[in-house]
Design a protein around this ligand. Structure first.
Ligand code: ADP
Ligand code: MG
Length: 341
């Protein structure tokens, strides 16, 4: 083990509803895994984590449960969520001395109890100092926005469980909106569509694949034909059908509308000086949902503002927390202040 391992011990974490990413100071992103845990129902002991747990999803038996503890942007099961956070930190902390500083990005809608749980888990994993930062703030820093400037910027971070919309200026969040419509709801809409329109049942993972390949928010230059395998609900046997990307877009459109409406509401709440700033720099899209084809054009069409998809949107948040941990003094103003009791 090198001396370097002992020296670099500060961590930055993007605790996402779908994916957890960890950045180690001086090293870069060292972990990028699904926020999924498999545990023994009787003992609540964690059996598998991340990708290994994802493989078990839908294939578990009565002794094993596989869950996404952060699924809706809120902590569904505190004990399991804490276990997951601790286990992820442990995985990247091999060889580190115990005194470390940890910065965690959390959904802006997180409650005090949830913030406490995240702090406690990091402390139990050996952190001496824990700081929290709001996800959209972190995404903004990650994609290089000068968050301290007296200029408004709008970030839309579309993850698995939540879409977080925020207008940022002077190192603070001016207006925000967090809705529980994001990637997971799009997957559910695709599952429902096949059930209702084609009488076949498909799994969540299949639905996600269809969304990534054939999902869209605007008509495509060339519409696609997609082969889909599932179980016929009438006969109960496996069946393969063909669908057009036009149908998938229709299935997704109610969710897209909810996201667009939330963006419009946030714009309505934004003070005029800041909203006029947005005419210049526009809206930035981050998170995995930003990759849905045509979503940027759709939001542009509906708001009249320029919209850009960030480079590598899935790592925007962790790159932001990474910059914060690298320059903690410079960024102290963007951290969520400890509530005094
Ligand atoms: P979180 O921050 O909540 O963990 P992520 O930012 O990691 O979420 O994004 C995960 C979501 O992005 C998932 O719902 C996934 O299906 C979706 N996603 C990833 N790639 C694409 C794509 N190419 N098109 C549409 N959605 C995508
Ligand atoms: Mg995220």
């Amino acid at each position: 083990m090198s001396l370097l391992n002992f020296m670099s011990s500060d961590l930055a974490i993007d605790l996402g509803t779908a994916n957890t990413l960890i950045y180690v100071k001086g090293k870069g992103i060292v972990l990028n895994e699904p926020s999924i845990v498999a545990y023994d129902k009787n003992t609540k002991k964690i059996i598998a984590l991340g990708n290994k747990a994802k493989e078990m999803l839908g294939r578990e038996h009565k002794e094993i449960r596989v869950i996404r503890p952060m699924r809706d942007g809120v902590i569904a099961d505190f004990e399991i969520a804490e276990g997951m956070i601790r286990a992820f930190i442990k995985e990247v902390s091999y060889g580190f001395k115990s005194s470390k500083r940890v910065v965690v990005a959390i959904p802006s809608g997180a409650t005090e109890v949830e913030k406490r749980a995240v702090r406690d888990s990091a402390e139990h994993a050996g952190a001496k100092e824990v700081h929290l930062i709001a996800e959209p703030m972190s995404a903004a820093i990650g994609i290089g926005i000068d968050v301290e400037a007296a200029v408004g910027s709008m970030i839309i971070d579309i993850g698995g469980g939540t879409t977080e919309i925020a207008v940022i200026s002077l190192a603070g969040i001016v207006t925000e909106e967090s809705i529980r419509v994001a990637g997971d709801e799009m997957n559910n809409a695709i599952v429902d569509f096949f059930k209702k329109q084609h009488n076949i049942l498909i799994g969540e993972k299949t639905a996600e694949g269809i969304k990534m390949i054939g999902g869209s928010a605007m008509p495509m230059n060339e519409e696609l034909t997609i082969q889909v395998k599932g179980r016929d609900l009438g006969s109960g046997t496996p069946k393969e059908i063909e669908v057009s990307s036009v149908e998938i877009r229709e299935a997704l459109s109610p969710n897209i509308k909810k996201i667009v409406d939330a963006v419009k509401q946030t714009l309505e709440k934004t003070p005029p000086e800041l909203s006029s700033d947005l005419l210049g720099c526009g809206i930035m899209l981050t998170g995995g949902g930003a990759l849905l084809k045509g979503l940027d054009q759709k939001i542009m069409l509906e708001t009249g503002l320029p919209v850009h998809v960030a480079d590598d949107p899935l790592t925007a948040v962790v790159r932001g927390v990474g910059k914060v941990i690298d320059n903690i003094n410079q960024y102290s103003r963007v951290l969520i202040r400890n509530r005094q009791y």
